[in-house]
Design a protein around this ligand. Structure first.
Ligand code: FAD
Length: 328
């Protein structure tokens, strides 16, 4: 039985989802985390399913892996959306629009449809709509904790070095988000924060919205994600193009987001802003195995702007690697 014990470091969406999948496969898991789940980047996410800003977009192999993880996660979220009150997951139409021509993604699942002319408002000239899950983090993250069993999470545990993890764990899963590289001996890929500001409030839209022409040089984004169960909305946003670790926000940043979103939803109500740091790893998600001090470490970090979107797919691959490590 002792060989079926796994320690997971990190209680954001990556660590919790890995915990749930490993429990489903009958492993005994313990999650060690520095911060409370509701204080993580995962809790700040708009949390709509969309494979946005994950590593090097020119890397075909990495993109293929992202597609598979996103599709696996989509299926799981879709089944969770059957019970939105309990899980906080529900399906919504997502309109992605441009002032120029924008191609539809070539996904089979979920399959996008072109927006018709009378569904596009000025100044937009093209776009697509795709039915996707929204994971309302105030409900969804506590739901994952309940699935895992809160007694399996040890909070306020900072792991400075792998020696800090009890030797009874032969396998350790590293889900430390932006701090993931600290627990590796050989990650040479640059990790930087993609600082993002969101504003909570209320929207009159019945669908989610993204302006695909967003100014990437300045890191200005415009998106709207209504949350049905929580009866509020996430207005976005930003994605700083250079490293910025500041977790405070200014009134200017908040007001600029509200103004951009008011062009789409003039009757919106805006509330408090919040900041999160996307774990942007230059080479994309690190999901793989490393042997350190005679123990197996399975890394699962660097999900950029898509940690929720990829969470179930990545967790299944992590569980496969755990199985392989404990077989030998
Ligand atoms: C503004 C914004 C909007 C976003 N919108 C979306 C979206 O719509 N859809 C989407 O899919 N994604 C979105 N994202 C991205 C998503 O939030 C991240 O990719 C995801 O949260 C990463 O999850 P994680 O569990 O890997 O890391 P985190 O949520 O950062 O969790 C890391 C965990 O590791 C712990 N930890 C770190 N170091 C240590 C240590 N040394 N010892 C112990 N514990 C440690 C932390 O305490 C924490 O529990 C958004 C991000 C931002 C900032």
């Amino acid at each position: 039985m002792s060989t079926k014990r796994v320690a997971i470091i990190g209680a954001g969406v990556s660590g919790l989802t890995c915990g749930v999948v490993l429990r489903e496969r009958r492993y005994e898991v313990e999650v060690l985390a520095e911060t409370d789940t509701m204080e993580t980047t995962s809790a700040v996410a708009a949390a709509i399913w969309y494979p946005y800003h994950v590593g090097d977009e020119a890397d075909d192999a990495a993109n293929a892996a992202v597609d598979v993880w996103a599709r696996t996660s989509y299926r799981r979220f879709k089944s969770l959306s059957a019970h939105p009150k309990k899980t906080g997951v529900s399906m919504i139409d997502f309109h992605v629009v441009s002032r120029n021509y924008i191609p539809s993604p070539g996904w089979e699942v979920p399959r996008p449809r072109r927006l018709l002319d009378d569904e596009l408002r000025q100044p937009y000239r093209s776009g697509f709509v795709v039915n996707v899950p929204v994971m309302e983090t105030p409900i969804y993250l506590p739901y994952l904790i309940e699935m895992l069993g809160s007694k399996r999470i040890r909070r306020s545990e900072t792991i400075e070095h792998l020696d800090d993890v009890d030797k009874k764990f032969q396998v350790i899963v590293n889900c430390c988000g932006i701090h993931g590289p600290r627990l590796s001996d050989n990650d040479q890929s640059l990790m930087r924060p993609g600082r993002g500001v969101i504003v909570y409030g209320k929207s009159t839209l019945d669908h989610a919205f993204l302006d695909a022409d967003d100014d990437k040089k300045e890191g200005k984004l415009t998106y709207i994600v209504p949350r049905r169960e929580n009866k509020d909305c996430v207005f976005g946003g930003s994605d700083d193009p250079v490293s910025n670790w500041d977790t405070e926000t200014t009134p200017g940043e908040r007001n600029a987001i509200v103004d951009r979103c008011k062009n789409i939803d003039p009757r919106l109500e805006a509330g408090e802003p919040r900041v999160g740091l996307r774990p942007l790893r230059a080479k994309g998600v690190r999901l793989g195995r490393e042997e350190i001090d005679k123990r197996t470490v399975i890394h699962n970090y660097g999900h950029g702007g898509a940690g929720l979107t990829l969470s179930w797919g990545c967790a299944e691959d992590v569980a496969d690697l755990v199985e392989e490590a404990l077989r030998h």
